[in-house]
Ligand binder design. Sequence first.
Ligand code: TEU
Length: 569
Amino acid sequence: RTDEDWWRTAVVYQVYPRSFADSDGDGIGDLRGLIGRLDHLEQLGVDVVWLSPIYPSPQDDAGYDISDYQDVDPTFGTLADLDELLAALHRRGMRLMMDLVVNHTSDEHPWFVESRSSPDSPKRDWYWWRPPRKGTVGGTPGAEPTNWESFFSGPAWTRDEESGDYYLHLFSRKQPDLNWENPEVRDAVYSMMRWWLDRGVDGFRMDVINLISKDVDLPDGIVRAGVLGDGTPHVMNGPRIHEFLAEMHREVLHGRDRKILTVGEMPGVTIEEAQLFTDPDRREVDMVFTFEHMGVDHAHTKWDLLPFDLVALRTVLGRWQEGLAEVGWNSLYWNNHDQPRVVSRFGDAGRWRERSATLLGTVLHLHRGTPYVYQGEELGMTNYPFVGIEDFRDIESLNHHRAAVELGADPEQVLAALRSRSRDNARTPMQWDASPHAGFTTGTPWLPVNPDHTEVNAEAATADHGSVFHHYRRLIELRHTDPVVAHGDFTMLLADDGTVYAFTRSLDDVELLVAANFSGERVRADLDLTGWADAELVLGNVEPGAGAGPGMPWEGNLEPWEALVLRRR
Ligand code: TEU
């Protein structure tokens, strides 16, 4: 594999450091804990580690509020620890992708402290400062410059008492948005990125990077509920977004002696925009994270729950496969630190936990694109059994609960939505073994360990060849060894089937057939299997024997939550 193409067969593993492994007993994961667990990642076979933020931060949004881009927060260790991690990964043939959070900084970042210090500050224009809306009195409701709602509830503007001006924060009030219209801001970001590349890192995951170009007229948004408006059409995929990303590529990535991998996290990105962002000839980013498939089980907001709908999921995934088939590249994910555990969401975390987890892994990893494995997904980790609001830590969940209840929502209904969708579901500690706190820490974990760690843990999984872990290992191995997985054309089948998800991949004279039963009942897939009689079973998730398993030649029968991959020439 040439250097340029290594990434097209790569699998990325996301480490959320505060919940991965704690080396010093303070109950929070850290870099030395991660360094001590690299065997697990190497055995799994992943190629790249995406490390969620480890930078100095007040931790208002769990590290996505950065107060120093070029250091390591003492909670996680030191820059020397990071250098050691980097060297250890490189020795093992793995690469490191850092989390780049530059739509906003922490309000404790020196840039914002200086900007806030005075309307005449040389850094005033590094952020979005505006006077109260015309005709209003500063500090009164409605005086905000626009009516936008923050992603974390409440107004997206906060008044600075000193100057009486408001500053924009699409997320928490401790996360002021940088003003990317200002070339000084862009230059400072590019300089910081070059500093990390010079240190040897291999890529960036770019946090909400399609929000950096805003409609500079700052128009109001449509009000759907309450008094705040939807600002997203005015901040997503803005007028200069391609210009900024192309400039970033030129200023930072161009001319490097090695391929630097980039993925842009893009809430609200469309397929048409993704084609432009990921067209290699345009030199913007290699791939994007879309949220569209993560929206099939909720209505207007993530808290308005809808039941899982396989047809809706297939429609979205199919459109993205088709849309980026000729130009551009997909990322593939079910999980990250913002999403609930997929086995509890699209699978069956009860009786069929392992089987549905391996089915979900099979379906995702056989699509065309780069798969991302979120820590614990390879173990089939499940949502945590949260009870009351006091169990939650995530600012998004806590703010939503407070705002919704203030608006008169039924607290029990809000709690039910939190239990199902809170980001804290993804942030409970990684489960290493069956010991207290699952081997994550010798102290008290910052968020409790899931009680199911006595069965669901890495030690048990690596010892059981039929575990989710080994299935994920086989899926990754298949991508590394069989070119049809990474490069094959994708064709969706069974367009309207509410139970069986099936598709083919083809490259030259090789064809794969993937079929998956998203139910707890036996089914017969309604597939035309002409020409598949002498196909070979490449990978299944049901131990053959006693009538279970596909039995070859396969005639379309699928056990509950059975997924299989056939191969024919
Ligand atoms: O997430 C962006 C984002 O849109 C999510 O917060 C999403 O709105 C929500 O979680 C439901 O899906 C990125 C980071 O991944 C997230 O952890 C940060 O909180 C956020 O940006 C601000 O940096």
